[in-house]
Structure formats: structure tokens, C-alpha cells
Write a protein of this length. Sequence first.
Length: 467
Amino acid sequence: MFDLAFDRDAAEPAYRQLYRRISAAVLDGTLVHGARLPSARALASQLGLARGTVEAAYGQLAGEGYIQGRGAAGTFVASVAVSVPTAPAAPPRALHPITVQGQPMPFQMGLPALDGFPRKLWTRLAARQAHALSPPSLVAQDPAGIAPLRQAITRYLAVARGIAVPPDQIIVTAGFQGALGLITRLPGLLDRPVWMEEPGYFLGRDGLIAAGARIVPVPVDGEGLDVAAGRVLAPDAGLALVSPSHQSPLGMALSLPRRLQLLDWAMTNEAWIVEDDYDSEFRYVGRPLPPLKSLDRAGRVLYVGTFSKTLFPGLRLGYLVAPPALTRQIADLAARLNPLPAADAQATLAAFLAEGHFGRHVRRMRQLYARRRAALAVELERVFGAERVGLGAGGMHILLRLDDGADDLAAVEACHAAGLAPSPLSRAYAGPRKRQGLLLSFTNLPPEQAPALVQRLARALSMPLRP
């Protein structure tokens, strides 16, 4: 491999150094797509590190899409949208560990229920697409995505999300980061400040910073993004990145008055809104909320969706609904900067959508998640107290609040040592005032495991257990 020299006297942990070196090598092309990495055991022996250190680094790399585990075949470099590199000089972040064999750790964020995915059905559809392979399909495909997939996404959005757009406004992307990479390349878009929810999605913030954006953290409250505060903090902003249906990470929805205020701000200031609708399908109280895009009459919203959170992260497929005024520019950028998975993967997803399997899968997952969410919430409230448990109306995680004097990064490290993988709330803040807490995914936790896992969590945090 390339140079993996370590500074053993550095304050940065060894797994972070290994993660940084490998991710940088993927982004700059030193490690190419499809390259096979040594096993965790072999690399640990080569570098004189503990095997767990290498597995932790591989875990973060897999969780962020740099590498893929393929069972007994080994671990390989995945396809990465190089237009959105990790932000330079970002502070060390706690990991989303995953074993090399691909099994999630308890509370790990960013993963749907892997045990609930219909693998046999997906395999059958994939085999059917392979058998239907024809000479024209061997030619380079439309960089905006194959036509059947764009048409299937159009139908899904019209029925499930109330968004009526033609297929030519749909740009298939390599997940959320692929969409953000295209958006940030639009000429002049980042010349003005960018509103970002505070707290907000850290990968979105990192991608914007890497692209040279001037981030302005705008506070959120019980109604979501405080538009009035944004007008005071940066009245000349030209872009806002928001998650209206289920705010990331606190979980509230953007109220209707705030939605209208935000749309009015964008129209009167000739600004743009990036709507990250990352897990809107999973709402457990009331009906799913309509997206901001469905209210957009002035064409100021760039709507981003992903299938990684509903199907499986390794798919690396999402989409961007471009406003009419920007469709041609974004399509041109896609032709140059939008590496997509092979056409057969797109075709399999198109069939999964068109034949109704996606809708049925989402309904099953909503029911499954509701049971797992309820079981975890009951145990967290029993052990830690209801006042510490943040339970929104939807989403795929629960927030466990810690005291303001606590250090949630240290808490996460203690949890990792206990075989648990929550994420720190403080990582979602850009400004110096950070709330402390743990984000706990319930998607891969069967209800019967909740009591024992919450007890283990409490012991890892050295918090007294309630009787």
C-alpha cells in the first residue's frame, strides 16, 4: 500500500490517523475504485497496531461510503463522488463503527434495518436485469440516470410526496453527497453566505465548507429553522440547507408558517433552498408531512432524496429534483461530475420502484421501526428518565440528552469500548455553544434486546441505574 506512517506521539488516536490517510488516498485517486484492501488482521500486523484499531478505522470508512465489505471476498474501495471531499482541518469526529463483515453495532446511526431488507427479491430483480442486458445498454448511459429510473422516481414523488415534475428535472446522484457536490458547483451559488441549521447535518456542513461556502449557523427551535434569526444573522445569504420534514438531528418538523417564511425569503432575495428529505417516509405520529418542495411556486427549492436510508447504504443512489431555471446547468454538471453506479444497479432500483416493491417495503419498515423505537424508548425512559429522552414524531434515531457539563465525545468513546456505537450530538453544531447528547439508532435493534443494551449503555456512561 501507500505510506501509512503514524505519529505515535500525536494526540489524535491511531484509528483517526488511519481513517484520514485511507480516505484521502481514495479521494485523490491513490486508491482506485475496486482496489482490494488488506484484511483488518493483516493490516494490523503490517502496521504494528491492534486489530480493533484497524477495524474501527475500516468501520468509519465503510459507514461513510469509502470502502465496502464483500464478505469472504474481502474489503474493497467503493465508488466515491470526489467532488465532495471531506472538509479540510475538520476536528476529530466520533466513529460510526461497523465490523468488517458488515454487521452493525448497537445504536449505530445511518443504517436502515439490514435484517428487514428483501434480499431475495432484490437478487431476483437484479438477475432479471442482467439477463435482459442488450448491446445498447453496454454503451455509456445518460449521466443524469437511466430513463426508467428517472421515470419511476417521478411517479413515486407524485404519489408519495406530492411533487409533480417531469423526468427531465430528475438527476440521479450518488446519494446525498453526490447531489450536494453538483449543487455546490453551480456558478455563483456560493458567492453569498449559506444558512445552515444549528445544529444540523454534519456531512452537509462539511461538504459545503469543502466547497468554499461561508456557513452561517442559524438556530432551530420547536418550529424548526428560525427564519427571522437567519434574516438578522445573514440578510444577504443566497442559499439555505434545511431538513424540514424531520430536522437533523433534533427531530422537529418545520412549521407551516416557517415554511412560508422561508419560501418568501428565497423568492424575494433570489436565494435557493436545498431541501434534504432524508427519512420523511418514517413518521410514527400522524401522516407524513408534505415536503417544502410541494409548496414551492417560485421554483427556488432543490429537493434531495436518497435510497440509502430506506434500502441499504451500499446502493449509493439518490436523486436531485432541479428547479426549471437550473435544470440545464445541473444536467451539464452531471455530465462532467456525476459518477453513478452501473446501469444494472439503476435498472434494478427502477424495477423495485415501478413494480410497487418500494412502497410495500417502506410500509413494512415503518411498522418494524415503530415497534423497535417504542421498545428502546421505554427502556431509556425507565433507566435515564423521560426528561432525558428526545422522541420526535418520526425518524430513525432517539436522542438521549446529557448534562451540559458532560462531554459526549468522551461518552461515545466509552460506549465504543463497551461495544456500542451511538453518535455525539455536539458534532452537529458549528458554533461554540454545543448541547451534549447521544444519538441512538433503533433500526437494527430487535425489541427483546433493548433492556440489556440500555443497561450496558448506562454502565458505559457510569450513570446510576434507576430501580
